[in-house]
Design a protein around this ligand. Structure first.
Ligand SMILES: O=C[C@H](O)COP(=O)(O)O
Length: 345
């Protein structure tokens, strides 16, 4: 992979980066929100990723990193705190969203929590992620918990409605109380190399979000090359993304470790150049405790433990919690429970 340092875009001195309200979930006063930067096409054109080098590196992660027993339980509890607990189905109902929010309030069975002696940690996911139609339901159901509500706005999962419609959807989600907005980019802009158009749209979406966090979903499985993934990551960060996110969960290829390497290396580069920390959200198909540990190992090695905080890292996942809960019970009892003993909704 080629990662050459280039001149900073005009007006982007780290010290001059505009201060704004802390994004949802960040520790007060310690995190500068990404203000957005001018589009530097020269920088975008220089980005290159080497697919086979990424694949080789990704293959080493699961093989080399295993955490056992108490350490594993601690990492898995941490994984819960980094989770956007998600339901994004066409047959979602207010009842299902309420049940998911009830699960978010008590993500692990009390006997397991007591057995592990971690009641005082008050472990809970970072956010519940729903379609726009269910934002009000989730806001109501999560009142007083500190758990954020994330809405997939902008014609999820394809993002192909008129821009005015997509911006209106963001504004409606914010008005209903969502404090995080997961937008989808138009993949065709990346495939055409129309970086200006992508930048302009994400910039407009960022403005529509106001103080709500914006996570930009790239739909990486539809971007054809790792270089495209890396360039799209950079353009979204320049446009003001708080997070870059891999997938909607609806593409044929969703999150994986090699694509994650492309994206987190762009986050690292962006941080070196601007001083701004951008969050990372792998999503789609992350369903096992083991896989969540692989992702956390990747972040630890590539960005440092500091990045494993809810304002800088999230799992987008609908069924990961079930497997983590089973694994935690196994740590405690030596037995795996059936899935139905850890009902989600
Ligand atoms: O953004 C989150 C994804 O839609 C979740 O995907 P999943 O259902 O494969 O976990």
């Amino acid at each position: 992979m080629e990662l050459r340092v280039v001149d900073q875009p005009a007006g982007t001195k780290p010290a001059a980066a505009a201060k704004s309200k802390d994004p949802a979930g960040s520790p007060a006063g310690s995190h500068r929100r990404n203000p957005g930067f001018p589009l530097d096409l020269d920088w975008v054109e220089r980005v290159r990723m080497n697919r086979s080098a990424l694949e080789r590196r990704a293959a080493t992660l699961p093989a080399r990193r295993t955490v056992k027993k108490d350490w594993q339980a601690a990492w898995l509890l941490k994984a819960i705190t980094l989770m956007d607990l998600t339901t994004l189905n066409s047959d979602d109902t207010p009842g299902r969203v309420e049940r998911l929010c009830a699960k978010a309030r008590h993500p692990v069975r009390q006997d397991i929590i007591d057995g592990l002696g971690v009641a005082d940690l008050e472990v809970k996911p970072a956010a519940v992620c729903v379609y726009h139609s269910f934002v009000k339901t989730a806001v109501e159901a999560l009142k007083g918990t500190g758990i954020n509500v994330a809405a997939v706005s902008t014609a999820f999962p394809h993002g192909l409605a008129p821009l005015s419609t997509r911006l209106a959807e963001i504004e409606a989600s914010v008005a209903d109380g969502a404090n995080e907005i997961d937008i989808v980019i138009e993949r065709g802009m990346v495939l055409r190399g129309d970086w200006q158009a992508l930048y302009d749209e994400v910039r407009a979406m960022r403005r529509a979000c106001g103080d709500a966090h914006i996570k930009t979903i790239l739909g990486t499985g539809e971007l054809a090359t790792q270089t495209n993934v890396a360039k799209a990551s950079l353009v979204c960060m320049l446009a003001g993304a708080d997070f870059i996110k891999t997938s909607t969960g609806k593409e044929k290829v969703n999150a994986n470790l090699q694509t994650s390497l492309s994206m987190v290396r762009m986050i690292r580069w962006f941080h070196e150049e601007t001083g701004i920390e951008i969050g990372y959200k792998p999503a789609g198909g992350i369903a096992t405790a083991k896989l969540s540990l692989d992702y956390m190992a990747l972040i630890k090695e590539e960005l440092g433990t500091h990045w494993l905080q809810p304002h800088l890292f999230r799992f987008g996942a609908s069924s990961l919690l079930t497997d983590i809960e089973r694994q935690l019970e196994h740590t405690l009892t030596g037995h795996y429970a059936a899935d139905y003993r850890m009902p989600m909704v």
